[in-house]
Design a protein around this ligand. Structure first.
Ligand SMILES: *Cc1c(COP(=O)(O)O)cnc(C)c1O
Length: 439
C-alpha cells in the first residue's frame, strides 16, 4: 500500500495524537510536514522537497540521518537477534556496550543500567537515589533539588523535577514536591545574581540537611526551557555542596552528551563527575529508542545484599538492536574523531549567532558546542508566537526550525556538511529577520 500526501494527512488528523501539540489548532490549521526519508542533515518530504534538520529531529539524530555505519549495525544485528530480556540472560551487544560506555564516561562511573529513553533513564536515577539511601540506612533522604526551568522528561517521577511551569501545572499536587533553585543568570560576566544562585543552592542543602537524596541538573544548558546556558561554576559548587552534605549529584546528559555541548560530556567539560549520569537521545544516534543510567561502585555496592535488590527493569532493557547501534555510535565517535571534526562547525555557529545578535530585536544570542540560540521577545516564554513565524518562513526556505516559544535555535547533527551548515545559518538569519519585520 502506498498512500499519497493527502491520505496520510487525513489518517493522521483522524487518528494520531501528536506530542506537545495543541490538537484543535493542529487539526484545523496545521499543514504538517510529511516526511518520507532522510539522509545526513536533511529530511525529505513526500514531494521530494528537502528540509535541513535544524534540531536533529528533537536533538536525537546527532550523527545525521541514516548514518551508513549505524544502518549497517542495525541490519547485522537484526539478522541475528532482535530481542531477548536481560533477566538472567546477557548478550554481546549489551555487555560490550557497557564496557565501551564506561571507558568514555567520567571516572568513577563504572556500572550501566539500561532503559528505553531519556525520561526512563532519569526515572532510574531518581529511584536509585531513593533506594540507595534506604539501603544505607538513611531512609529520610527523600527529597530532590532541581533548577527552576529544569526538564528531565515525561514520567511522573521526573515530572516532579520539572521546572517548566506549563508542563508541570496539570500534574501539580500529584507529583513529589521538589526544591527548586534559580540557575545563575545567563551571560559570561560574573554578577551578583551568580552569588544569589550559588547561595540559594547552599541554603537549600543546609536547610534540607538529612532529607535530601539528590541534586539533579541539566549540565551547562537547560534545553527545553529555551536553551538557557549557565556558568559551569554552578556544577562545581553543586559537586562540592553534595560532597559536604552526603547528597548524590545526578547529571542529566540526555541532551548535552555525545558532543552536543562541545565536549563528549558537559559535566566533564566543567570538571565535574556525577554520582549518577543519564544518557539518551544521541545514545543511538537517532536510530532506536534506548538510554542508560551510569553510576559508581559506591552506589552499586549498596544494592548487592539480596534484600537491597533494585526491583526495576523495562521490557526492552538492553535491547540487542539498540545496544549494537549504541556501540557503533561510540566507535564512530572514536574512529571518525567526531568531536574534532565538529570543532570548526561549533566555531561557525558561535560566530553566526554572535552576528545574529546584532539584528535589532534579537536578544541573548548565545552558543555552546553544536547549539546556537537567540530570543525574539525575551520573557514571552514557551507560549510566544514569534518563534513560530520564524518557523514558517524557515520551512518555506527549506529548513525545519521548530522553536521553543520565542527562542529560535539550532542543534544540527555534529556531522552536518559545511555547505548545509552555511545554508542553515543563512535560513536562520532570513527567518529571524522575517519574523521581526512582520511583527
Ligand atoms: C529530552 C530530554 C529528556 C527526556 O528524554 P526522552 O527520550 O524524550 O524521554 C530528559 N532530559 C533532558 C535534558 C532532555 O533534553
Amino acid at each position: 500500500m502506498h498512500l499519497d500526501r493527502e491520505a496520510i494527512v487525513r489518517l493522521d488528523k483522524q487518528y494520531v495524537w501528536h506530542p506537545y501539540t495543541a490538537m484543535r489548532r493542529y487539526i484545523d490549521e496545521v499543514d504538517p510536514l510529511v516526511i518520507d526519508r532522510a539522509e545526513g542533515a536533511r529530511l525529505y518530504d513526500v514531494d521530494g522537497k528537502s528540509y535541513l534538520d535544524g534540531n536533529s529531529s528533537w536533538w536525537v539524530s546527532t550523527l545525521g540521518h541514516n548514518h551508513p555505519r549505524l544502518v549497517e549495525a542495525l541490519r547485522r544485528q537484526a539478522s541475528k537477534l532482535c530481542h531477548t530480556s536481560l533477566a538472567g540472560v546477557t548478550h554481546e551487544p549489551a555487555a560490550a556496550l557497557a564496557e565501551a560506555l564506561v571507558a568514555v564516561a567520567p571516572r568513577p562511573l563504572s556500572r550501566v543500567f539500561y532503559s528505553d529513553n531519556g525520561s526512563t533513564a532519569n526515572e532510574v536515577a531518581i529511584k536509585l537515589s531513593l533506594q540507595y539511601f534506604r539501603n544505607v540506612g538513611q531512609p529520610a533522604r527523600k527529597r530532590f533539588v532541581a533548577l527552576e526551568g529544569a526538564f528531565h522528561g515525561e514520567t511522573m517521577g521526573v515530572t516532579s523535577l520539572c521546572g517548566v511551569e506549563v508542563f508541570r501545572r496539570p500534574f501539580a499536587g500529584a507529583v513529589m514536591e521538589c526544591l527548586f533553585v534559580p540557575p545563575p543568570p545567563a551571560g559570561e560576566a560574573h554578577t551578583a545574581g551568580h552569588e544569589v544562585a550559588f547561595g540559594a543552592l547552599a541554603e537549600v542543602l543546609e536547610q534540607g540537611r538529612g532529607e535530601i537524596a539528590a541534586v539533579v541538573l541539566e549540565p551547562l544548558v537547560q534545553g527545553s526551557i529555551g536553551m538557557r546556558m549557565y556558568d559551569p561554576e554552578l556544577l562545581r559548587r553543586a559537586r562540592a555542596l553534595c560532597d559536604a552534605h552526603d547528597v548524590l549529584l545526578v547529571i542529566d546528559e540526555v541532551f548535552t552528551g555525545y558532543g552536543r555541548a562541545g565536549g563528549m560530556w558537559a559535566c566533564a567539560s566543567a570538571g565535574v563527575t556525577p554520582d549518577i549520569m543519564t544518557v539518551g537521545k544521541g545514545f543511538t544516534g537517532g536510530v532506536l529508542p534506548m538510554a542508560a543510567t551510569l553510576t559508581t561502585d559506591r552506589i552499586f555496592d549498596a544494592f548487592l545484599p539480596p534484600e537491597n535488590t533494585f526491583y526495576y527493569g523495562h521490557s526492552f532493557c538492553g535491547n540487542p538492536l539498540g545496544a549494537a547501534i549504541a556501540r557503533e555510535v561510540l566507535a564512530v565517535f572514536e574512529e571518525e574523531q567526531l568531536l574534532a571534526q565538529a570543532a570548526p562547525k561549533m566555531a561557525r555557529i558561535a560566530q553566526a549567532f554572535s552576528d545574529l545578535g546584532q539584528i535589532p530585536g534579537v536578544s541573548n544570542a548565545r552558543a555552546l558546542g553544536m547549539i546556537g540560540a537567540l530570543d525574539l521577545r525575551p520573557g514571552a516564554g514557551y507560549l510566544g508566537d514569534l518563534g513560530w513565524r520564524a518557523y514558517a518562513e524557515a520551512r518555506r526556505l527549506g529548513a525545519y526550525l521548530r522553536p521553543l516559544g520565542d527562542v529560535v535555535y539550532i542543534a544540527p547533527p555534529l556531522t552536518i556538511p559545511d555547505d548545509d551548515l552555511t545554508e542553515l545559518l543563512d535560513i536562520v538569519r532570513r527567518s529571524v529577520q522575517f519574523a521581526l519585520g512582520a511583527a
